[in-house]
Design a protein around this ligand. Structure first.
Ligand code: 5GP
Ligand code: MN
Length: 344
């Protein structure tokens, strides 16, 4: 078996031409960057740098601490912290790569600076329904596990595998791993394991990467898990749906740091027969409620997220946001569960 090409000959040629013609490139990803967003950005930047381009990775806001060990992550600039500098880089750039998102809204506060830049925008992503306004070249692969998988396969097509650095391989593996929950969902296509084999030839330590990401809880974080599961989790629809909330006060009590909520929403799916898990978390910076949805099999989280939570995402993992207090958010979520009862 060999990896089927993702891009047509024409697309590949056009992408390469665009890169060749540019000098100053910004690579960006969505707000609340996750392992896939950061991993893909760093690996793609690594490739562009190897071509001698001046490359900056600019993200709307910081990523969780458990990604800080990623090689190259210290070079990332955050719009939220250095708005002036980031805006200037975006304005000066002649090319902007948008990775792991394909609608301008996911940039939130960075949206204006990205969309106002005269630079050509190129998207590499795996989310459904890319917005044509996002770029002149939309390389969108909803069938793939992750943007990192797309980036890897494009790099192979660009003939960049031989020269790929171990650092880039670590970043790509990390994104594929985090977007599939350590290869436990959205991860049954054989190509994924072919890619892993190839990444392993770069000398990455996949077991260590797993521990670096998933086994770095603080004592507070593991107690927070216990608290949520014991005190906060509610079951609905005859045990096929679960919901929990997390308030700012509770986050303070458990010395919450960015990233501590990661993975909590997956836990209720460990209950036999559970089809849908919803978490509602007060945003630490704004007066909104962050919604995360996870499901198994054919339950369409993304449809529910679009219909009820101003969001979207993938079939089994979606998110959104509600601009009102937690109590009302709970009512909305309960209405959503009710409305989707026949699909549960
Ligand atoms: P999480 O629950 O980890 O925040 O998000 C899971 C997935 O849902 C993300 O990978 C992304 O695809 C999608 N998602 C999360 N938040 C939003 C949002 O506000 N809007 C849209 N369209 N998708 C989101
Ligand atoms: Mn992703």
């Amino acid at each position: 078996m060999s990896l089927a090409p993702l891009l047509s000959e024409q697309e590949l040629f056009r992408l390469l031409q665009t890169i060749r013609q540019s000098r100053q490139i910004v690579v960006c990803a969505h707000r609340g960057p996750d392992g896939d967003a950061v991993g893909a950005s760093l690996a793609w930047a690594d490739y562009l740098q190897s071509l001698g381009k001046q490359v900056r990775v600019v993200l709307p806001n910081p990523f969780p601490d458990f990604l800080r060990w990623l090689p190259g992550s210290h070079t990332v600039q955050f719009y939220q912290h250095h708005e002036g500098q980031a805006t200037a880089w975006l304005a000066q750039a002649d090319l902007i790569f948008c990775l792991d998102f394909s609608s301008p809204g996911r940039l939130q506060e960075m949206q204006r600076a990205v969309m106002a830049s005269k630079a050509e925008r190129v998207v590499i992503d795996h989310h459904l329904d890319p917005d044509p306004a996002m770029g002149t070249q939309l390389y969108s692969f909803p069938q793939l596990s992750s943007t990192c998988e797309a980036v890897f396969r494009i790099l192979v097509q660009l003939g960049a595998f031989e020269e790929m650095s171990k650092a880039a391989a670590v970043c790509l593996y990390t994104g594929m791993m985090t977007d599939t929950g350590g290869f436990t969902y959205n991860s049954t296509r054989p190509e994924i394991y072919e890619i892993i084999s190839l990444l392993l030839t770069k000398g990455i330590d996949k077991d260590k990467i797993y521990r670096n990401v998933f086994h770095v809880y603080s004592q507070d974080r593991i107690r927070l898990t216990g608290y949520i599961l014991y005190e906060k989790l509610r079951f609905y629809a005859g045990g096929k749906a679960a919901l929990f909330t997390l308030t700012r006060e509770e986050m303070q009590r458990f010395n919450f740091i960015r990233g501590d909520a990661e993975g909590l929403v997956n836990m209720p799916l460990q209950v036999k027969g559970m089809r849908l898990s919803i978490s509602l978390r007060e945003d630490t910076e704004r007066d909104t409620v962050r919604v995360s949805l996870r499901s198994v099999d054919d339950f369409p989280c993304n449809r529910m997220a679009e219909e009820f939570f101003h969001g979207g995402g993938h079939l089994n993992a979606s998110g959104g946001e509600l601009p009102f207090p937690l109590s009302e958010a709970v009512e909305t979520a309960e209405r959503a569960i009710e409305a989707y009862a026949d699909l549960l």
